[in-house]
Design a protein around this ligand. Sequence first.
Ligand code: BGC
Length: 774
Amino acid sequence: MNYLTRVKANTTRLATTICITASLTTPNAIANNAPQLGKSPLNDVISALTLQEKVLIVTGSGMDFPGLPPSMQGPVVGIVSDGVAGAAGTTHAVPRLGIPSIVLADGPAGLRIQPMREGDKKTYYATAFPIATLLASSWDTELVSSVGAAMGNEVKEYGVDVLLAPALNIQRYALGGRNFEYYSEDPLVSGKMAAAMTRGIQSQGVGTSIKHFAANNHEWNRNVIDVKVDERALREIYLKGFEITVKESAPWTVMSSYNKINGTYTSESHRLLTDILRTQWGFNGLVMTDWFGGKNAVAQMQSGNDLLMPGTQIQLQTLMDAVKNGALDEKILDRNVAAILNIVVQTPTFKKYNNSDKPDLVAHAKVARTAAAEGMVLLRNQKASLPLIAKSSVALFGNSAYNMVTGGTGSGDVNEAYSVSLLTGLTDAGFVIDKKLQSNYENYLTAQRKSQPPAMPFMLPPPIPENTLSLDVINAAATNTDSALITIGRNSGEFVDRKQDDDFYLSKAEQQLIENVTKAFHQQKKKVVVVLNIGGVIETASWRDKVDGILLAWQPGQEAGHAVADVLSGKVNPSGKITATFPLKLNDYPAAENFPGVVLEAADPGTYNPMLGDKAASVEYKDSIWVGYRHFNTKGVKTAYSFGYGLSYTEFKYSALKLSKPSVDGELTVTVTIKNSGKVAGKEVAQLYVSAPEGKLEKPSAELRAFAKTKLLQPGESQTLTFVIAEKDLTSFDVSQNNWLVDAGKYTVKIGASSTDIKLTKTFKKKNESRIAL
Ligand code: BGC
């Protein structure tokens, strides 16, 4: 739908659905000489707005959600039947001043819109790219930008203005239901990846909304939960990634989160949205709420949360009344309207871009496939079990081999045209698949699906129990094929966190499958490889020694099977490394002590969010800065796989670590040479950790301060990687002085293939302590 049709659609809806808007849209209201957005000075446009119009601009145009009480409905229908079907929301138009309605849509793994429209034969499929955790595991910011550019192109060509992505909350604990949408347990990786993604998406002339700002690390009671977190952890862990993204990529918009931080909803926090985000970090875009987030529209306006999404009638009325009775200064409204209009003028809709509705889905599928293979992590490869021998025969075990999990559910899901199963991927790569076993699984899955209730849109479908196979079936497969692949599949999504049993830990059926398959195949001296088709960390230590290889394929997007086959066949040499620690057991996380939190005695009267019966709850982040490897490595807690770990089909030698000078004052350049000392071409991710001297604050044993990836190195080929460390990269947050501290003393640079596989070290000095102001 082009700009004019959309304005018209808005006009009709506004005029018919709510009386508060009636005066805006009647033809009589259109004054000939009214200032026009983009042509007249912004202040003139704002001055020409009526109070009603201003209030409409700061509240989205609503959402038609089945079951919403009328008071919660917006004045127009945002979700399916107008603008871009399936978009998450739209803003209000004021046609007489040349202000169009802009379109916002999810989400981090690709554009989420409806693929079919009533009375329309065309289809509107979008590409399902790999999940964010996989992208981060590539440690390749250029690759992530290229995915962003492809995504951004679909956003633009389908007539959307702002993609509600990237999401970069910290993966604090394995059970976080939306961890798959996020990048890492580490803020530097999260920030660098989100900045790369933002640059890629915005290179197409559309906007991003980095989310969920901030400390929204799990789903349980997410709409009301009060996250109690100390200031140092907030600055160093939970805000840092957002700070990097804002400073390095200038996202058009930021989405505040649902939760409270230390008693205040983030969307009502002036400190977070104005003092920190704008004054300290220099953000100059617009802030919107998460959908129905927060509670007090006036406080939200005052805090600097410019736009309330998706927008409800209660909010409209509250804001009108507040200005009239003096509780809200109209100047605040003007400021927020200005922030919104400053973004509106940059959008394709405002620029009257004639979107094609025909992005190049074939080219984008290639981007998705390349990215997916680049982010897969080889966790285990005993006696070079992988790559598989070309054209060999393979027995495929595990439900998800026949129905791969391409991504998570909820707003982070994508409506893709197809997805490639592992079965198809391996067949296309020339492997011969055990047909008998295949039909066993296919019959089982068809029967299971028939007995399931119809899937609820947005929600996690009930998991299909693992197919249990008789020993005869397994033995026959072992006799008939050269090797076994067992896939372990996991899905999760918005609204719920993951479970400990049958999720973080393997189910009994999965354990039995691994047990039986390894026995049968090993008896015949054949290899067994596990493919982990998962969105978040699981337990591996209890079973990994039984199998010969493990490929962590994550949830690889629509080209899943092809990308996994690329790595299993050796067409692509795996170069991913994990961006979250794989612990031995769940209780090894300090967060296990009180995850996800407690329900409070006093009931919360509720928020704008009518969809969930959340209870007042709180959670204390007692782990402070000791999140992920900062905890495991410093406290010497053994892990299954440490942060930054990942194998290759080749080997690398690290040498010639050099520092440009002996002290850090200002900036320091670090170089290291990496040589491919093995037999096949490959890429290596080198990680730069720094151990700080003992000083005023307790610090992790080492922290990731930079990383780089080589190009594809041929056997025998070397590359020198360069890292820059500035003083600001070495800071810890000193709460007592409210600034960033760099202690004086001796620092150690540690170049590692992972956080615990340090190859080379060198020291440098810092003469005097430095303080960096906020
Ligand atoms: C999610 C956001 C999403 C929004 C719009 C919310 O439920 O938390 O991530 O962007 O819905 O769909």
